[in-house]
Ligand binder design. Sequence first.
Ligand code: RB5
Length: 145
Amino acid sequence: MIAIGSDHGGFHLKQEIMKHLDELGLAYHDYGAYSTESCDYPAYGEAVAHAVASGACERGILVCGTGIGIGIAANKVHGIRCATCSDCYCAEMSRRHNDANILALGERVTGVGLAMKIVDAFLNAEFEGGRHARRVALIGQIEEK
Ligand code: RB5
């Protein structure tokens, strides 16, 4: 299950992503927002982050205007590694090296076609472990301080 969320600034791109996930046959849950009415992105970043951190969803996808604010909010939740990406390379490497569990995108930054490629890169890449696992564990230690 994929947790998905946006604010008003990411609403339209989120709709496109959900269509894409439908085409791929991947299950998701939409944590809002449910319209383009102005709203505050931290609530949606937090909701998706909790869904992933609790194990209810394996991965998350967030969208706001830039992908930055909603990503910062998600990263405040214990155990969340949210990567804001505007290219496929970073999306792939965020999985392979950083074990990112949430992808954040910016509707005002990235066109729909590229955004779908970024989503695919994120969903198809696997964490490599090894020395990267040690580094990710060190990030976890920061959370414990
Ligand atoms: C909303 O105008 C905008 O600030 C928000 O979507 C996001 O880009 C914040 O980082």
